[in-house]
Design a protein around this ligand. Structure first.
Ligand code: N01
Length: 521
């Protein structure tokens, strides 16, 4: 966004809480962290030169490599001089008199800006559940989403980990190899498929660079931001042999192939059960102790929590130094001086890892006191999350000249994030340029357009199984958080087209107010 606006001649300043670039890939340094989109599609595409200059080592690179990439981008485009690091935005208030945003920073200073854009991500507000007694724990404890910069040494230590989402599933095999003993505290078992990560061969990389424009086009037009074959068949219209073979191929290839095998996996309970049962049967084959395998078998609709890909996750439970505790039945009562007490036993621990996720979607935005017209905060407008509504996931009625990159009700986390980020960046950049060219002072979503978009999002989501599962997608992971499904499921390609049409129609659904004087940056 900085690059896009700076290139267009706008004076732009970025505020960043960390002391470096990278966002998710800056904070999530836990062992085993890696991306689950194929790396050749996990890129910016605004610069072909950038695409050609960077070479990924493998299919699913690890966090340090992705962070290196983001630093490479920041250096290549000389972004750092316009980024103020180690600075949090505490508040942003719209001043109706001046038609400007007053932005309060945690260093006590404030700045005034014509446009206020958030790039706070969907998963940056970490969730540390309130367990009694954590303050008394004598060992070390860490959250995967705020991992320290130094290496955490698990050698010879008794480690406990709470949480078996994507972060836990990635961290568990790596920690298990180092720790004296690892106890996994699992509340909900997870479906996971092998990643089968492998180094890329040079020919494959060469071809992808040569086909940059075609790959870019496919990413942008696709449903999920990656050129994946769109399934045309129902899981229920094929024979069980054919289905089994398809699932088996996906399992052997590794990655998200089961999720994208049939079009009705996340829509029809019976179709879903075929994929769910396939993964459960794999767990039964891999995990040697039947009682452990049973505990690891999920029952929710596969894919309605983020589908996970792993390296040796289920295999890890065959190790002698790993044990699994089901905290759904054997509840965590408190953290003690020496470990963790459940209703049935106390577990002595030297290190406790919280892989307990995030207050997703609205959490990062609501951490900032954002106030639009009449001093109304985003929190008030969204009724604390009971009535979160946006226009296209990018704008809000009552909040002029405020844009959210990958905000609630856009495709965001159910797409390949770099593609969705770029789409918003381009759209917002184009919009601000349009305003300058047409001497428009303010742009604001109309209430009825917002209502219609929000309703459409809900209708699309309600037609799927996503809303039937407790997950961070629905907000169910945060005690007391109102349940809302805030991801647009109509597909990234179709969404891009819709946004483009709205812009082409003179920003349909927005109120545009002409400026009395020429608009500058
Ligand atoms: O968080 P999660 P995450 N007591 O919310 C458990 C992205 N990501 O950090 O399922 C006990 O998925 C909770 O249990 P339950 C990706 O989008 C991507 O792992 O709520 N347990 C669950 O097991 C992902 O979806 C990658 O019953 C408690 C776990 O903690 C998103 O980030 C890698 C608890 C939290 O799982 C979040 O993933 C990592 C409690 N009080 C993350 N509270 C890639 O591969 C929570 N839990 C790119």
């Amino acid at each position: 966004m900085l690059y896009r606006l700076r290139e267009a001649g706008f004076s732009t300043r970025v505020y960043e809480a960390a002391d470096g670039v990278g966002g998710t890939w800056y904070w999530n340094r836990y062992p085993g962290a890696r991306c689950d989109s194929e790396s050749i599609y996990y890129n910016y595409t605004f610069s072909e030169e950038l695409y050609r200059e960077w070479t990924w080592s493998s299919r699913y690179p690890e966090q340090p490599e992705i962070l290196r990439y983001l630093n490479f981008v920041a250096d290549k485009f000389d972004l750092r001089p316009d980024i103020q690091f180690e600075t949090r935005v505490n508040a942003a208030h719209y001043d109706e008199e001046t038609k400007r945003w007053q932005i309060e920073l945690n260093d006590g200073t404030s700045v005034s800006a014509k446009y206020f854009i958030t790039g706070v991500g969907c998963l940056s507000a970490s969730n540390l559940p309130k367990f009694n007694g954590l303050e008394n724990f004598k060992g070390e404890w860490y959250h995967t989403g705020h991992w320290p910069h130094h290496k955490v040494d698990f050698t010879g230590k008794r480690v406990g980990i709470i949480g078996t989402g994507s972060s836990g599933v990635q961290a568990i095999p790596v920690i298990a190899r180092e720790a004296e003993h690892l106890t996994v505290f699992q509340r909900t078992p997870q479906y996971s498929a092998p990643a089968r990560n492998h180094p890329y061969d040079l020919e494959y990389i060469k071809r992808s660079k040569e086909n940059f424009l075609e790959i870019k086009k496919q990413m942008r037009e696709s449903q999920g931001g990656q050129p994946v074959e769109v399934p045309t068949k129902s899981a229920l219209e094929v024979t069980s042999e054919e289905r089994q073979q398809k699932f088996e191929e996906a399992w052997q290839t590794g990655g998200q192939g089961i999720f994208t095998s049939y079009y009705d996996i996340t829509v029809d309970p019976k179709a879903n059960e075929t994929a769910s049962e396939f993964i459960r049967s794999k767990i039964g084959e891999i995990v040697k102790k039947p009682e452990v395998a049973e505990k690891l078998k999920p029952t929710y609709y596969y894919g309605t929590k983020r589908p996970i890909i792993d390296t040796d996750y289920y295999e890890t439970f065959n190790r002698d130094n790993v044990s699994l505790v089901d905290v759904r039945t054997n509840r965590i009562e408190e953290i003690t001086d020496n470990g963790l007490q459940t209703t049935e036993a106390e577990y002595e621990l030297d290190v406790l890892v919280f892989a307990t996720g995030f207050d997703g979607m609205t959490g990062p935005l609501l951490k900032i006191d954002i106030r639009g017209k009449d001093g109304v905060s985003l929190k008030e407008k969204w009724k604390g999350g009971e009535d979160t509504r946006t226009y296209l996931g990018v704008a809000n009625a009552g909040f002029p000249n405020f844009f959210m990159i990958t905000g609630p009700e856009s495709p965001s986390v159910l797409s390949n994030m770099p593609v969705s980020i770029e789409q918003h960046v381009e759209w917002i950049g184009d919009c601000i340029e349009y305003m300058r060219e047409n001497n428009i002072d303010t742009i604001e979503a109309k209430v009825d357009a917002e209502e219609a978009w929000s309703k459409h999002c809900r209708e699309v989501a309600e037609a799927t199984l996503f809303t039937k599962t407790d997950s961070w997608y629905t907000g169910a992971n945060i005690p007391g958080k109102p349940r809302r499904f805030l991801i647009y499921l109509g597909g990234g390609g179709a969404y891009r087209q819709k946004c483009a049409e709205i812009a082409a129609n003179g920003y349909e659904g927005f109120s545009l107010e002409a400026a009395s004087e020429p608009v500058t940056g």
